[in-house]
Design a protein around this ligand. Structure first.
Ligand code: NAD
Ligand code: MG
Length: 399
């Protein structure tokens, strides 16, 4: 019986994870579920899955959840705050932690799970972008197994020869790998005339053609910052250099990514775009578990198209590459500026095109340092957010 904590259980990945767990009650038990501020969805999950505890980062939401659970006669213990998120991530009775909080808010609890040597199912890519070096080193030191949930990275993982090159520092060349190919759908605006990009609404940006996801990653997919973050994520997870990773547009999202070998073989992982596949893969490893995902019908899919990435349309991809090349805390600065800009876009304070502008301004003005500790990374995150808010105000005042 594996005991599982889900950090961010009320989100898109959290809900998919619970769906897979519920298909295998003989294997998995839910230890803790967590959410940010909306307590009603967490209440429903607590009643359906009876975890040992529930954590809300917001204390007043936690109090409302506590009272509602008491009224329902439930014994689920309710905790609140970041310390409680850390506690349920590192608890000694937990085997597996699904890290599915969105953004930098997941940094401390996910790091705690790694330091406690858990099997960490990593959906929260932002934490690896911010502090990849520290994460991979801690995983090695503490014997944590990091399993990629991001569909592209899970695909690459499945196409690599060893069950666990992650965190072991094996160079791709030693595995006979010549290249990693990250596929990208191109998002909802792949073919929109460039002149119309400034007018797109948050609703249009969140309407992804193939995937149903939370709002932040949906906007990231529309700007392609998502692919930029994934590019950095791939470098850390697979010990790859920037030149080992190529990005290719594949609008159907059927091939989730590929690995090219020196003999010319290219291995790909295919499937319907449904996150329950990578989730079930990582939960079951080394076994395969039914996930509830509809089977891929190749005849109905009919076509697999590929295109080069247009960096004029998607400047965020270029910004991410540059931040990765500059190293230090630049990726953390990039990530923080992006989180602030996306939040402002979702709140209709910023136009879509301005997201890249804000990030570029922040990268130009916040100094990068060596990411020697989580403190240094958090400091970079904080400075970048302050600078981003100024840039957002300046840009929105002009509109
Ligand atoms: P979401 O917005 O649907 O859910 C986010 C979850 O995090 C919610 O449970 C929310 O309560 C919690 N949360 C948000 N802010 C928090 C805070 N400040 N403190 C504590 N908890 C907080 O997001 P999602 O689409 O499920 O994505 C989660 C992560 O997985 C992201 O990092 C995303 O990039 C990654 N990911 C998602 C998908 C997908 O298909 N949705 C695919 C690949 C990777
Ligand atoms: Mg992805």
């Amino acid at each position: 019986m594996q005991r599982v904590t889900i950090l961010g259980s009320t989100g898109s990945i959290g809900v998919s994870t619970l769906d897979v767990l519920a298909r295998h009650p003989e294997r998995f038990e839910v230890f803790a579920l967590t959410a940010a501020t909306r307590w009603q969805p967490l209440l429903e999950q607590c009643l359906a899955y009876t975890p040992q505890c529930a954590v809300m980062s917001d204390p007043s939401a936690a109090e409302q959840l506590r009272q509602a659970l008491q009224r329902s006669g439930s014994k689920v213990e309710v905790l609140s705050g970041t310390e409680a998120l850390v506690a349920v991530a590192q608890d000694s009775s937990v085997d597996t932690v699904m890290a599915a909080i969105v953004g930098a808010a997941g940094l401390l609890p996910t790091f705690a799970a790694v330091k406690a040597g858990k099997r960490v199912l990593l959906a929260n890519k932002e934490v690896l972008v911010m502090a990849g070096h520290l994460f991979m080193a801690a995983a090695k030191t503490h014997g944590a197994q990091i399993l990629p949930i991001d569909s592209e990275h899970n695909a690459i993982f499945q196409c690599l020869p060893l069950a666990g090159p992650l965190a072991q520092g094996i160079a791709l060349a030693e595995l006979g790998v010549s290249k990693i190919v990250l596929t990208a759908s191109g998002g909802p605006f792949r073919q929109l005339p460039l002149s119309q990009l400034s007018q797109v609404t948050p609703e249009q940006a969140c309407n992804h053609p193939n995937w149903s996801m939370g709002p932040k990653i949906s906007v990231d997919s529309a700007t392609m910052m998502n692919k930029g973050l994934e590019f950095i994520e791939a470098c850390w997870l697979f010990n790859a250099r920037a030149r080992d990773v190529e990005v290719v547009i594949h609008p159907q999202s059927v091939i989730h990514s590929m690995v090219e070998y020196v003999d010319g073989s290219v291995l790909a992982q295919l499937g319907n775009p449904d996150m329950r596949t990578p989730i079930a893969h990582a939960l079951g490893m080394p076994e395969r578990l039914p996930s509830g995902v509809e089977r891929l019908d190749l005849v109905r899919s009919a076509r697999l198209d590929f295109e080069a990435l247009d960096e004029e349309r998607f400047p965020c991809m270029t910004l991410a590459r540059q931040a990765a090349e500059r190293g230090g805390t630049c990726p953390a600065i990039l990530n923080a500026a992006n989180e602030e800009a996306v939040a402002a876009f979702l709140a209709s304070q910023l136009q879509f095109n301005d997201i890249a502008q804000v990030i570029a301004a922040v990268l130009d003005s916040v100094e990068s340092a060596e990411p020697v500790s989580l403190d240094a990374v958090q400091q970079a995150d904080l400075s970048a957010r302050q600078r981003a808010r100024v840039a957002i105000q300046q840009i929105s005042a002009k509109q």
